[in-house]
Each structure stands twice: as C-alpha cells, then as structure tokens.
Design a protein around this ligand. Structure first.
Ligand code: AMP
Length: 217
C-alpha cells in the first residue's frame, strides 16, 4: 500500500479533494482533524474538553495524542485499498519524523506528498464561508459550494454548522500556526524527492483530478 500525505494550509481544500478521491481511487482517507473532532465529541472527559478547546483556537493538539491516533489507523489499511491518504498529518517536522520512523519499521515510506497551493486571500474567503456537517464531516460553502437544501447536508441530511475554528477570530491564528509550524514540511518532502505541487484554485473536480494524477504517476 502506498502512503500519500496531502499538505496545504487550512482552507486549501484537502478534505474536499479527499472526498472526491475516495470515489475515483482505491484509497483510504484518514483525516486527523476528523478523528480528533470525533474523539472530542464522543467523550466527556477533561482530556476531550482540552482537545476541543485547543482545536477551537486553532492550536496544534499534542504530538503524542495525534501520533497515537495515526499509528492506530495505519494498522487498519482497509480491504482492497492501494493508497492510504493522510490528511492533516504530519503538521510539523516532529510528526513527519515520527511518521517516517513508524513507516520504516514496516519497510515503508511516504510515496508522495501532494501540496495544494492556494493564495492567502482565497483561503480566508473559503474558511469564513465554510459550513460543515457535524454528522458525516462533509464540507460546503455559503457561496461556492451550496448544499441542495439550505442548511442541510447533501449526504446525510445533518444540520450544517460553522466549525468553531472557522469563526473569524480563529482563522487568522490557524493560518499563522500553519506558516510557523507546517509550511516547512514542503522543504522536508521536497528534500526526499516526493513532493508534488498542485494548484488548489478552481473547480473542485478539476483539482481532485490533478491530485489523483499526481498520486498515481
Ligand atoms: P483540520 O480539520 O485538519 O483543519 O484540523 C482541525 C484541528 O485539529 C487543527 O486546527 C488542530 O487543532 C487539530 N489537528 C488536526 N491534525 C493535527 C495534527 N496532525 N497535529 C496537531 N493537531 C492537529
């Protein structure tokens, strides 16, 4: 199984692209943001509350917690899947080194790191208009990706909400955290010869197609 990571700032479309890729490729999609949101929602413990608060502010959850979740997922490859797509992980060089070491234990490595390039003004517009289904995680946008029925998820009918970390007061911090901690991963994967850059602006289907091409080539 090929391990692929998808990199990009918050709002670059990683989740939107991944939702399309699972339909066109034999691929298992694992989003650490989705896993953490589910963990924070399902457990009413001090730890779950602390994780939810960290996420609301757009700060990074501890490397140990997220690393544990990822290792657990890597042990469940998914029947018939040829690709394992990690979305939202790694988010700093410590996580990238941890992932590299864990994969090396099984004689594996990251086969491709796809970077979705999107300018900052587009990111801010996307994040502030984003609406999410808390039931199934599907993403929509108030202007550019409207649901068929206002306020309702196309997939499961769940009531759409604005994620707390998409509120305007948290968006700027998330972009800052990305620049400070995650952006250097482009150099990390470029240095390992596995980085593919994809223009993340434009029609979502076309972007997903370009990402699929980068993954399989
Ligand atoms: P996302 O859905 O990828 O935008 O992630 C939402 C939030 O979950 C982030 O702002 C972080 O608080 C947390 N998170 C997701 N992935 C990671 C990670 N790899 N390391 C630390 N925190 C993460």
């Amino acid at each position: 199984m090929k391990i692929v990571v998808i990199l990009g700032a918050p709002g670059s479309g990683k989740g939107t692209v991944a939702a399309r890729l699972v339909k066109s490729l034999p691929l298992r999609h694992v989003s650490t943001g989705d896993l953490l949101r589910a963990a924070a929602k399902n457990a009413d413990t001090p730890l779950a509350r602390a994780v939810a608060e960290t996420m609301r502010k757009g700060e990074l959850v501890s490397d140990e917690i997220v690393g544990g979740l990822v290792v657990e997922q890597l042990s469940k490859p998914g029947p018939g899947c040829e690709y394992f797509l990690l979305d939202g992980y790694p988010r700093n060089e410590k996580q990238a080194a941890f992932l590299e070491a864990k994969l090396a234990e099984g004689g594996q490595k990251v086969a491709k790191a796809v970077w979705l390039e999107v300018p900052q003004d587009v990111l801010i517009g996307r994040l502030s208009g984003r609406r999410t289904c808390p039931q199934c995680g599907a993403g929509f946008h108030v202007e550019t990706m409207r649901p068929k029925v206002e306020g309702k998820c196309d997939n499961c009918g769940g009531a759409l909400v604005q994620r707390p970390d998409d509120a305007p007061e948290n968006v700027a911090n998330r972009l800052k955290v990305y620049e400070a901690k995650t952006a250097s991963l482009l150099g990390w994967y470029e240095g390992r010869g596995v980085l593919a850059r994809v223009n993340g602006v434009g029609d979502a289907d076309a972007v997903a197609e370009a990402v699929a091409k980068a993954i399989v080539e």
